[in-house]
Ligand binder design. Structure first.
Ligand code: AMP
Length: 529
């Protein structure tokens, strides 16, 4: 027997219909790369997305076809998200910072048919065009090209309909080894994820919210913000350039209440604020994720009255996995305790389940005791089952996705990330968390960035060394760093050496590339090795 409620497929086009109908005049502001600004609103975004849907149909685009974007954050990119899914297509956001061989691989693997791009990325297009074998249509967002293209249409059409489990979006994640892998989101998974994102512990959205997302629209579905923002009818302020001065100016002028970005973005913002005396009086929710938020960052934001949603997730989890929600006894906790809780990766919203298993024996599920660390696994309706084009296999039925992260689960479910399985340092049969060493090291004044890696040791197997970039114009000694670490980690975790470098290598999403760093230090010899 079926229930007797109305048919309503969870398709993401409902989000833009809702935003245009209920919040049509709510503004979408864009500050473009050339310094100009434009303003539209949710009704305008929907109208343009409908026109883009018509224009795509004229190009022969069919439901299921891949429509790629190579673009920064702006209103035309937002139009394309809804225009691509509106035609029943699959939106494929490409990260322009990928290396050429990765760019070649993912566009061909995705079999992209159309590519929309920012003028700034023309050199990439020119370089890659001969290598991309499936893209038939290239449309530039600038020089009036995009406007002219959709300008020939009247918007009098309807969205493609279909099953709520149809795919709607494709994001590739560049692992540390092998080719990038595609994560294929569904309408249903995206919709459930969007609604979940609205809650106070995560984005904390209502119609008064003004969000400047610094997290790019090409990374991990921009944390789902373009979908969740439509559900709540928030005002968006986009900046096509990632410059702290521009971001701070926009935040103050547009009275931005919410922002989201990886820790390095917040660091750059702080540096600008310190140099200029700028404050951000309207900001009240800072979403930080992608890598661990250092303690001083959380402290500084909290002292300024900003709620920090320190979140863990990955492209494979749509990406929301956990966030640093307040505990039921929050008000009884001291400020220091509150910061300590926020420094961990938080708890799951309804829909996500976590467990840890033994690093050596994945059949052994570990206790949530706040002490034992293990390989983190996750499941839920917006968690990946298998990668795009991967064959179904027996592990699909298990429905537990192996994250590649190492974590401790606390009795109340709080997640504490301790490392990546590939980065954890094994010394004398015991694990040393590279992340904890790094977190402690960046708390030393004068340390801009730090990375810990394992170096071969004949007796201990591996021993940690710490690679450090100093802050410009500041001096810091190895002894000062070691003394700071000694107060925070076990004695046998202390690095065998500290090395100063000018820069630490980063991957395409701005995270430290441990693989490249290990390559750099391949010949390194420890003093007692
Ligand atoms: P990506 O798919 O590129 O977003 O990368 C996901 C990975 O980033 C996760 O598997 C974690 O290793 C790392 N990560 C994400 N959020 C956090 C966080 N809050 N703290 C520490 N690591 C994080």
């Amino acid at each position: 027997m079926l229930g007797a409620m109305q048919d309503f497929d969870l398709r993401v086009t409902h989000l833009i219909d809702h935003a245009a109908r209920e919040h049509g005049s709510r503004e979408i502001v864009t500050r473009w790369a050339d310094g100009s600004e434009t303003r539209t609103n949710w009704a305008g975004i929907r109208h343009d997305a409908l026109r883009m849907t018509q224009a795509l149909r004229k190009l022969g685009v069919q439901p299921g076809d891949r429509i790629a974007t190579l673009a920064m954050n702006h209103s035309r990119h937002l139009v394309s998200w809804y225009g691509a899914v509106g035609v029943g297509g699959i939106l494929h956001t490409i990260n322009p910072r990928l290396f050429d061989d990765q760019l070649e691989y993912i566009a061909n693997h995705a079999e992209d048919l159309v590519l929309l791009y920012d003028k700034a990325f023309t050199p990439i297009i020119e370089r890659m065009k001969p290598k991309w074998t499936t893209i038939k249509h290239f449309i530039c967002y600038d020089n009036g090209e995009f406007e002219d293209w959709i300008g020939q249409e009247d918007g009098k059409t309807t969205w493609a309909t279909g099953d709520e489990r149809d795919p709607c979006m494709l994001c590739y994640t560049s692992g540390t080894t092998g080719n990038p892998k595609g994560v294929l989101y569904e309408h249903r998974s995206t919709m459930l994820h969007a609604i979940t994102g609205l809650q106070p512990a995560i984005f904390d959205f209502d119609t008064r919210s003004v969000m400047l997302p610094v997290v790019p629209m090409f990374h991990a579905a921009s944390w789902g913000l373009p979908w969740a923002g439509a559900a709540a009818g928030i005002k968006f302020v986009f900046s096509a350039v990632n410059d702290a001065a521009v971001l701070c100016e926009l935040m103050n002028r547009e009275k931005v209440t919410h922002s989201a970005g990886v820790p390095t973005v917040w660091l750059a913002t702080f540096q600008h604020m310190d140099a200029t005396g700028t404050t951000l009086p309207t900001l009240r929710q800072a979403i930080i994720g992608g890598s661990a938020a250092p303690r001083f960052m959380i402290e500084r934001l909290m002292k300024a009255g900003v709620n920090v949603a320190h979140a863990w997730g990955m492209t494979e989890t749509s990406p929301i996995g956990t966030t640093g929600a307040q505990t039921w006894d929050w008000d009884e906790r001291s400020f220091d305790e509150q910061v300590t809780i926020k420094q961990m990766q938080g708890r799951v919203p309804f829909g996500v389940e976590l467990r840890t298993v033994d690093l050596g024996d994945p059949t052994k599920v570990l206790p949530r005791d706040g002490q034992t660390s293990g390989a983190l696994q996750v499941r839920g309706p917006w968690i990946i089952k298998r990668y795009f084009k991967a064959e179904a296999d027996a592990t699909d039925a298990e429905q537990w996705f192996d994250t590649g992260d190492v974590a401790i689960l606390h009795p109340d479910g709080t997640l504490q990330l301790t490392d990546r399985t590939k980065d954890v340092i094994k010394s004398g049969g015991e694990w040393i968390s590279s992340v904890e060493l790094e977190n402690a090291a960046v708390g030393v004044p004068g340390v801009a960035e730090a990375a810990a890696i394992g170096i071969y040791h004949p007796k201990w197997d591996e021993r940690p060394i710490l690679v450090v970039v100093k802050k410009a114009g500041m001096d810091v000694t190895k002894e000062a760093i070691m003394a700071h670490l000694a107060e925070r980690v076990a004695k046998w975790w202390l690095p065998d050496a500290i090395e100063f470098v000018d820069a630490i290598p980063h991957g395409a999403t701005g995270k430290i590339s441990k693989k490249d760093l290990r390559d750099q230090f391949r010949e390194y010899k420890l003093a007692d090795a």
